[in-house]
Design a protein around this ligand. Structure first.
Ligand code: NI
Length: 168
């Protein structure tokens, strides 16, 4: 197991459309292990492979932040099938540390997901999990949660973020 370095807002690898995963390998299993460990260390609900500089369609979600292993979810080549309703709540990202903004997301989300053995499953998420599905799958498409805001708001967030970074 190893912690990996989380890349941050501005790094072009976060803006890249990631590639689908083929056959499951020990290297990919190691990546998943490292993602869980890195995400928990950073106290996040989820983390996507592009955030550690690997542009593959893999992300992990752990709503219990390491407290309950049965809640761990590994997303492989995931696709959102449909959504229902909406929720408004705070969102943050390990790649934009210190920034939390209110963002509307679907209340319920259904995801088509590949399992390690190559078969497919359908996952269902509500509330926090629905938000996490959307957030992590966005990462795989090169989209950050701040990209949902208009240019004016994004510039305000960018200034706040740069100021915090310079003070660190
Ligand atoms: Ni994120």
């Amino acid at each position: 197991m190893a912690l990996r370095t989380v890349i941050t807002w501005g790094d072009p690898r976060l803006k890249t459309n990631s590639a689908d995963v083929g056959e499951w390998t020990p290297e990919l299993e190691q990546l998943v292990t490292d993602l869980f460990e890195t995400g928990i260390e950073e106290e996040g609900v989820g983390i996507a492979a592009p955030q550690v500089g690997v542009n593959l369609n893999i992300a992990v979600i752990d709503p219990s932040s390491g407290e309950n292993p049965s809640q761990k979810i590994v997303l492989i080549n995931p696709e959102i099938l449909r959504t229902e309703g909406s929720q408004v709540g705070q969102e943050g990202c390990l790649s934009i540390p210190g920034i939390h903004e209110t963002l509307e997301r679907p209340k319920k989300v259904w995801v088509k997901n590949r399992k390690r053995d190559g078969s497919w499953e359908e996952l269902e998420g509500e509330d926090l999990l629905a938000r996490a599905f959307c957030h992590e799958i966005d990462h795989l498409r090169g989209r950050l949660f701040v990209d949902y805001f208009g240019p004016v708001k994004r510039q305000i967030i960018q200034r706040k973020y740069n100021k915090m970074r310079s003070e660190r």
